[in-house]
Design a protein around this ligand. Sequence first.
Ligand code: MG
Length: 160
Amino acid sequence: MNIRIGNGYDIHRLVEGRALILGGVEIPHSLGLLGHSDADVLTHAIMDAMLGALSLGDIGHYFPPSELKWAGANSLTLLEQVARLIESQGWQIGNIDSTIVAERPKLKPHLKSMRDRLAQTLSLKPEQIGIKATTNEKLGPVGREEGICAYAVVLLFNSE
Ligand code: MG
């Protein structure tokens, strides 16, 4: 059995007047993430990890911000497309592990919903997806609540 591993990272700026969407779940907060799409950093980090595992580039290559059609895009729709791409090459996801770094709001109450959303989108069992949340201990731009970032690692296998 062949296995591959990939890692992904993303960060978006927090601004007023935008919805905060993480793992496909809208989280009540006074600020939201700025971006061309819905700026879902967690889903973006996971997509980059999936693509990176197969040396297929990054999400900017497939969904360039210069293209109008991705404006306000639901990142779960993009995730589905990336999943189809890796499946078309014979690969399946073994598991995903991820960390969201955000000073506020408290994300713990939303982690299960995010996991369920992502599992549903990727046709995985929720147990195959790890999502952790931590703060940056008030350090740096994330600590000053200027943005939220996420890290992801994905293991792919090919049983052929
Ligand atoms: Mg992004």
